[in-house]
Design a protein around this ligand. Structure first.
Ligand code: TYM
Length: 383
């Protein structure tokens, strides 16, 4: 199989993610590439990684390639003094009405999934957001700073307002202030780096702005503006409509691959992925979104790729027809999903262990949030 003959990629995740986020310059120095940090926060002080995912069902391949895979790599590659904190953001999930029993079940399953992808609760703090009230307390304090004008201009809010105007559901305050809670999530733990897919970039820019604004009002260094690490697989698109991103909420289940999908389901979804009738295999996201999305998925699935980028990958595959390329992509995806699915099936049965992990995560995350929240309370005069 193609992937088996491949050469290991040498860039570490830190480098890839930082380059993708545009905070490092990459320059050629003889035979080796070197990277020059442009930001002061990436040098000596220990790093704190924070990220979150909504526990609203089984994560899909976009979640995995765009975020979860990076969480695990950061965990495995980071120096021992780096703190890693990953949250199941259940309070974000209820900005849309949820069935309570289903949400309870999803929380448990999502925790099992975070362990199945390779998060180690001894190394990373894994916790349910609502177990740590410091998030909502900081959110309230930041709400008293946040500009409604800025929030009203944010893309996700504007999309929802357009939907409401078209007769969609009436919008709620929680959805409007969602980015403030997200800012509190990262700021309350003093996160230095936040690994996410591209759709979260605007929210994190808001978090940076609110941190800087707060510091201007209350004294510098109360809050730390974190860096966003946009994943190399920054936007995985829907298989059935490659002009929109792969999402949990798309009505067509064939639009996404779930991390619990069987090998056959993966094959069948990729086989029926929308492509085009142009000749050959080329990477042209604007002209050929479906084919380019498959190349993105192939490129980012697994550690081993022979080529430096998707254009080179397309060249490598150019002798194959689309059917054969889809089979290659399906095989690469199966190799990613199968071990996760198998681990998940075991882990999700072990309720006792999941309860213990959640309890330990809660304690650790509460302790982690204490220092910043104490500083903020003092800064605003609450004590
Ligand atoms: P959520 O739950 O929608 O998605 C979790 C992560 O998956 C990434 N992602 C994708 N990446 C590439 N292609 C896709 N099609 C794709 N779909 C989703 C997202 O970018 C995200 O990294 N608001 C956040 C959760 C959150 C959070 C935070 C994240 C709450 N607080 C603090 C970071 C820091 C969300 O709804 O993600």
């Amino acid at each position: 199989m193609f992937a088996r003959h491949c050469v290991q990629r040498r860039d570490t995740l830190w480098r890839q993610a930082a380059i993708a986020a545009g905070r490092y310059t990459r320059f050629n120095n003889g035979l080796t590439h070197q990277y020059r940090a442009l930001s002061a926060t990436t040098t000596n002080p220990p790093k704190t990684i924070f990220s979150g995912i909504q526990p609203t069902g089984v994560p899909h391949l976009g979640n995995y390639l765009g975020a979860l895979q990076q969480w695990v790599k950061l965990q495995n590659e980071s120096s021992p003094d780096t703190t890693l904190i990953y949250s199941l953001v259940d309070l974000h999930a209820i900005t849309i009405r949820q069935d309570p029993a289903l949400l309870r079940q999803w929380k448990k399953e999502s925790l099992a999934m975070l362990l199945a992808i390779g998060l180690d609760p001894k190394r990373s703090i894994v916790f349910h957001q609502s177990d740590v009230p410091a998030h909502t307390e900081l959110m309230w304090i930041l709400s008293c700073q946040a500009s409604t004008g800025y929030l009203g201009r944010m893309t996700q809010w504007k999309d929802k307002t357009a939907n409401e105007k078209d007769g969609g559901e009436k919008l709620k305050l929680g959805l409007f202030s969602y980015p403030v809670l997200q800012a509190a999530d990262v700021l309350v733990h003093g996160a230095t780096h936040v690994p996410v897919g591209h759709d979260q970039a605007q929210h994190l820019e808001f978090a940076r702005q609110i941190a800087n604004g707060f510091n201007e009002n209350y004294g510098k260094d109360v809050l730390l503006a974190p860096e966003t690490l946009i994943s190399p697989a920054k936007r995985i698109m829907s298989l059935t409509d490659p002009s929109t991103k792969m999402s949990k909420s798309h009505p067509n289940p064939k639009s996404r691959i779930l991390l619990t999908d069987s090998d056959d389901a993966i094959r069948s979804k990729i086989k029926s992925a929308v492509t085009d009738s142009f000749d050959g295999i080329t990477y042209q996201p604007d002209r050929r979104p479906g084919v380019s999305n498959l190349l993105d998925i192939f490129f980012h699935s697994g550690e081993a790729v022979e080529t430096d980028d998707q254009v080179a990958l397309a060249k490598h595959l150019e002798g194959l027809n689309l059917k054969a390329v889809k089979e290659e992509v399906a095989m690469a995806v199966i190799e990613v999903v199968r071990p996760i699915r198998e681990r998940y099936e075991n882990i999700v049965q072990d309720q006792k262990m999941l309860d213990r992990v959640a309890e330990e995560g809660k304690e650790k995350a509460r302790r982690s949030a204490e220092m910043v929240l104490g500083r903020v309370r003092k800064a605003v005069g609450l004590f």
